[in-house]
Design a protein around this ligand. Structure first.
Ligand code: GLA
Length: 572
């Protein structure tokens, strides 16, 4: 069965969930504490505990919203939510508490609003300020609008207690883990993990949960792609995931190198993508979307704009209105090479053809430079000169200012004097190419015994060095071309390389947060010691404090539910 079609697993013991008795014992302490605290705060045991892990992205940064494939894996660090319906309270009301005292107790209930035609649910989500409950509400909102379309349908009142081990703002996707866990909580307590279709009961699939969690997270104000949610839901404990978004969401396991570890180091620069979205994350989303339209026009690629009757320029009204396609770079690439539909295992042209197509399109990006400097060597130019002003960008898009605004700016708040269409495109296509090359090395190596001796740097096929090199190139591109690194991450990744890593790069949205490094298993200890000595913010950290910021990670299983009563019996 395809990964996206599999049901959300429900475990009745922790060994099945965490893959080994050893690691389940460590986690049992957390599950127990959460259960006991729930009982003492709410006066009864939880009905469910849901779990959603964070993720580390091995390679493929800022390309998911251009619909290119990425290579993350879930980590053991996760969000757990214990929950139970609260009998007798007003429908749909929520009491949300957090084991971490930093996050205050929340008490809220959805209201219904009407725009005259239809009724909908409303939950106050603060987009200006970072608030932990916004992620809880975002998950709830999606469940309400999908499963309680009429305000006469009443969701149950819920008590919930949250605990998390994914550091916030660290690039390990605590936000997606929180939204996935919250969505799952409200589905579970409202008995919606199964859908009734005619006489059949169909379990909610992993693909459904990813799609819901993606929509839900947008409510917090970040137009993120689907990587984090897909990794949190679809990962398995023995491999990384190759996730593709075009033509549809699809994921396949990728075996990882033996005897080498991915070690995470936290730069300790906190970067929250919701707070800085305007001039960072969301700006990149707009730059890549507009760039895709400009590139399509320049390459003579057909856009699927649907023109309203009698109007060709988007000034129609009501049902005559033109629908402008918000084309992505992945779609432009497909049309550039006349991609046949549904041929490869992911339903696309397949990795070999993609590699050729990407190399081809990388030579066609000059049309994204401002008219005033085209033809000159872009390499030698200052960043600002390579960017285009708002006026230039609108002109290059071929749209009127009014339509441009409606299609590319009306749904998002961004701020910039220069928009870097050329540089962003260069990163997106080259990073997508690196993902496919990284994947190929891992796949070839899995069939190839010499790869097993990966700890030996001189191994016949040199795979770890080749993987490391791709990671280093990715970091350089993130830093210089996509401009999503920061001085601390540049320094940290450099120190990681000097400490013996095959390669090192930032992971996640960037501008702070963590780096991920590929390190030979037998060199891991020396590597950690070296980084402790050389990265200035680590100097005074010891024991658990040090383990918080530098740790090896192995793939973990994806989001799940746990039935309290069975689990409790097992652990007791
Ligand atoms: C964040 C987003 C993801 C992805 C990464 C960058 O984590 O949530 O969708 O875009 O940044 O690769």
């Amino acid at each position: 069965m395809l990964l996206a079609d599999q049901p959300i697993p429900v475990y009745t013991n922790l060994t099945d969930l965490y893959g080994s008795f050893g690691s389940s014992l460590n986690h049992a302490v957390r599950w127990n504490e959460l259960t006991e605290e729930f009982k003492s705060r709410f006066g009864r045991p939880p009905t469910y505990i849901v779990r959603a892990p964070g993720r580390v992205n091995l390679i493929g940064e800022h390309i998911d919203y251009a619909l290119f494939g990425v290579l993350p894996t879930a980590v053991e660090r996760d969000i757990l939510i214990a929950c139970a319906p609260r009998p007798g309270d007003s429908p749909g009301s929520v009491v949300a508490e957090n084991l971490n005292a930093k996050y205050s107790k929340q008490d809220f209930a959805p209201t219904t609003i009407s725009d005259g035609k239809a009724e909908g649910w409303h939950l106050d989500i603060d987009k200006k300020e970072l608030r932990w409950e916004s992620y809880v509400k975002a998950g709830y909102y999606g469940v309400l609008s999908h499963y309680f379309p009429k305000s006469t349908d009443k969701p149950v009142p819920v008590d919930m207690l949250v605990t998390g081990s994914v550091p916030a703002g660290s690039g390990l996707s605590s936000s997606a883990a929180m939204v996935v866990a919250s969505t799952l909580t409200f589905l579970a307590v409202n008995n919606k993990l199964e859908q009734v279709q005619g006489s059949e009961h169909k379990p909610l699939s992993k693909g459904n949960l990813v799609t819901m969690a993606m929509e839900n997270e947008k409510r917090v104000g970040v137009n993120s792609g689907g990587m984090d949610q897909a990794a949190s839901v679809m990962s398995n404990a023995s491999s990384a995931l190759y996730i593709t978004f075009y033509p549809t969401l699809s994921a396949s396991p990728l075996p990882l190198p033996q005897r080498a570890l991915f070690i995470i180091t936290n730069s300790l620069v906190v970067s929250d993508k919701a707070v800085t979205a305007k001039h960072r994350y969301n700006l990149r989303v707009v730059e890549t979307l507009v760039g895709a339209r400009v590139l399509a026009r320049a390459l003579g690629i057909k856009l699927h704009d649907v023109h309203g009757e009698g109007h060709g320029h988007g000034h129609g009204h009501g049902h005559n209105k033109t629908k402008w396609e918000k084309v992505t770079y992945r779609e432009v690439l497909g049309r550039f090479v006349n991609e046949p539909q549904g041929c490869g295992p992911e339903g696309d042209m397949g990795p070999e053809s993609l590699i050729i197509a990407l190399k081809g399109i990388l030579t066609k990006l000059n049309c994204l430079l401002p008219q005033r400097i085209r033809g000159a060597a872009a390499r030698e130019r200052e960043s600002e000169e390579l960017g285009v002003t708002m006026e230039e960008m609108i002109e290059m898009s071929g749209l009127s200012p009014k339509v441009f605004h409606e299609v590319y700016l009306s749904w998002v708040d961004v701020e910039a004097t220069h928009f870097q269409l050329y540089k962003r495109a260069k990163h997106v296509f080259s990073e997508s190419l690196r993902v496919l090359q990284f994947r190929k090395i891992c796949l070839d190596a899995a069939d190839n015994l010499p790869f097993r001796s990966i700890s030996n740097k001189a191994s016949t096929n040199n795979e770890p060095d080749r993987l490391g090199q791709l990671m280093n190139e990715s970091q350089k591109s993130c830093s210089d071309v996509f401009e999503c690194s920061c001085p601390e991450l540049d320094l940290l990744t450099k120190l990681c390389r000097e400490a013996g890593a095959y390669g090192s790069r930032l992971t996640g949205a960037g501008w702070g947060g963590c780096a991920v490094s590929l390190v030979a298993e037998d060199k891991a200890e020396a590597f950690i010691q070296k980084i402790k000595e050389t990265y200035p913010p680590y100097k005074d950290l010891e024991g658990p404090k040090l383990e918080e910021v530098i740790f090896a990670t192995r793939p973990s299983s994806g989001a799940c539910g746990g039935f309290f009563k069975f689990w409790c019996r097992k652990v007791d």
